[in-house]
Design a protein around this ligand. Structure first.
Ligand SMILES: [Fe+2]
Length: 399
């Protein structure tokens, strides 16, 4: 993408209407080896005074060891104030209510985590009152309910229910939320979110047979420099939030080009695959990151072999912990889960459909299920917040 004013060549002078020199910022990934974006600021982007961090969600803390079992967490039952009381937040740094609500930066409740992934939910009810940047991980937020705008250095990304919203690691931003009730399923991914290799050709373009196209992505709308009178920035590094005071308005970018930028992707833009027989989750692979594959299960016709069993086969994915966030529709294989449910099926033991679902699926021609699935390659640990909304009968519901 290229938006606004950029110099004719990278690393040479760009000047404003009165010959003012612009300040380049190279926003790079993987050191200087990976994708990058070059932006041009009105002022130097690296002037920060140290300050207290007044905002930031609480890092996940492992709950006590538990039996190896299938788990179900009913996230809709969580404390809508952000779960601060559930997860050991430092009482010296409480979640700060803003305009009578809780901002996204404070509202996130981690549920399950490993070294690569933190998965959680959030019920924000007010805009972020400060800017933030995540120095630890990319953020991928699935908007189960609600909508709003992601405002960033690189422009605004509007989002609605059913969108994935991507925020690259280190990008200064804040979330604005609309008045509707918000219920987000979010992922913090340390290894970098990308399009799975199998959907890209040799030059990185999406293949003709990829399950989505470039046009499906909602890109940032750039409006030029903006002063929102906000001078507070919080940055997460090694799970801890650090505070800074900014000299000037940070949204002072006059133009940029590159391949690192925030976007939204509507889950229903994903083109599902159907076969004569049941396809494994890899065909639903939407985004990848180190140690994780994110899949989208969307409404679709079902398998059409005359003897097909459309319901997923029982399986032992011996190298994956599987999370499913149930969004809407009837899930073919499961009972007792509903919108907002998170199931966690650990590696080490097989899992599969609920009793009767396998047989009942024979002859079915369509499913209206909508869900986000995550295969994680390291075991996941729950937090106290997850345990507080656990469905105690889930393990035995498969008998
Ligand atoms: Fe599975």
């Amino acid at each position: 993408m290229q938006l606004g004013d950029v110099a004719k060549k990278h690393h040479i002078q760009l000047r404003g209407p009165n010959q003012e020199l612009r300040y380049e910022e190279c926003f790079t990934r993987d050191g200087f080896d990976g994708p990058y974006t070059i932006m041009y600021h009105l002022r130097r982007p690296h002037t920060h005074r140290l300050a207290q961090a007044g905002h930031g969600w609480t890092a996940p803390v492992a709950a006590s060891d538990r039996a190896l079992a299938k788990r179900h967490y009913q996230t809709g039952a969580l404390d809508k104030r952000g779960g601060a009381s559930l997860d050991g937040r430092d009482p010296a740094r409480p979640a700060t209510p803003t305009h009578g609500g809780v901002a996204p930066i404070d509202a996130r409740v981690p549920l399950l985590f490993n070294a690569d992934v933190i998965a959680g939910v959030a019920f924000p009810s007010a805009p972020d009152p400060v800017y933030s940047a995540d120095g630890d991980a990319d953020q991928l937020v699935y908007i189960h309910r609600g909508g709003g705008t992601l405002r960033s250095l690189l422009g605004d990304v509007p989002f609605v229910q059913g969108d994935y919203v991507f925020v690259p690691r280190g990008l200064l931003h804040r979330f604005l939320v609309d008045a509707s009730p918000q219920h987000w399923f979010w992922l913090s991914l340390t290894g970098g979110v990308h399009v799975p290799t199998q959907w890209r050709n040799d030059v990185g373009q999406l293949r003709m047979d990829a399950p989505y196209s470039h046009r499906d992505f909602v890109r940032p709308v750039f409006r030029g420099p903006l002063d929102e009178s906000i001078r507070e920035l919080v940055v997460r590094r090694a799970g801890i939030w650090h505070g800074f005071t900014l000299e000037d308005a940070p949204l002072d970018v006059v133009g940029w080009d590159g391949t690192v930028y925030p976007w939204a992707f509507p889950i229903l833009a994903f083109q599902p695959r159907v076969s004569s027989v049941h396809l494994p989750p890899t065909w639903h692979g939407t985004f990848a990151a180190k140690g994780a594959l994110i899949c989208s299960f969307v409404p679709r016709p079902l398998d059409f072999h005359p003897e097909a069993i459309p319901c997923p086969y029982p399986h032992s994915s011996t190298h994956c912990d599987e999370i499913i966030f149930y969004c809407d529709g009837n899930f073919t294989s499961r009972r007792g889960v509903g919108p907002g449910s998170v199931s966690h099926h650990p590696m080490g033991v097989p899992h599969g459909p609920h009793p009767g679902s396998y047989e009942k699926s024979i002859g079915a021609t369509r499913t209206d299920e909508l869900a986000v699935m995550l295969d994680c390659f390291l075991p996941l640990t729950p937090t106290a917040a997850a345990l507080s909304v656990e469905d105690a009968g889930y393990q035995d519901s498969f008998l």
